[in-house]
Design a protein around this ligand. Structure first.
Ligand code: CO
Length: 134
């Protein structure tokens, strides 16, 4: 069901420093910060030849990233995003298998303007999974 790895998201405590490190030390193509108020995050996409890295930084006091950074003050991998062709069909199949979908269970529009859903990390080897319809 899942297709390509769309991106790996890393929560960072200092967005400027992380952007500079990826641009400078790692020599990557780093995009401009985008505020995503619906998701409580500021995101920066880094284009790699085979996938993307998404730097996540909290936006607002009730950002879901605040709790993550409290537990991981140096930052860390926050989620993996896999591509699916039909997000509603994927969700229904996963719910039938006993997996939990976070939030209302209805897809939201993600950072790329495409429908996304998140799956409970406790159901997937401790890894928060984002599904994105492509
Ligand atoms: Co993501």
């Amino acid at each position: 069901m899942i297709g390509r790895l769309n991106h790996v998201a890393i929560a960072v405590p200092d967005l400027e420093a992380a952007m500079e490190q990826y641009r400078g030390a790692l020599g990557a193509k780093v995009g401009a910060p985008q505020d995503e108020p619906d998701h409580g995050v500021t995101v920066v996409f880094i284009e790699l030849p085979n996938t993307k890295i998404e730097l996540l930084y909290p936006l607002g006091d009730d950002s879901p990233i605040n709790g993550f950074l409290d537990k991981n003050p140096a930052g860390g991998i926050h989620h993996m995003c896999y591509e699916v062709e039909d997000i509603s069909a994927a969700r229904d199949q996963l719910l039938q298998s006993g997996a939990r979908v976070l939030g209302s269970g209805e897809p939201k529009i993600g950072a790329h303007g495409k429908p996304v859903l998140f799956l409970h990390p406790k159901d997937f080897q401790g890894c928060l999974i984002e599904l994105e319809q492509v």
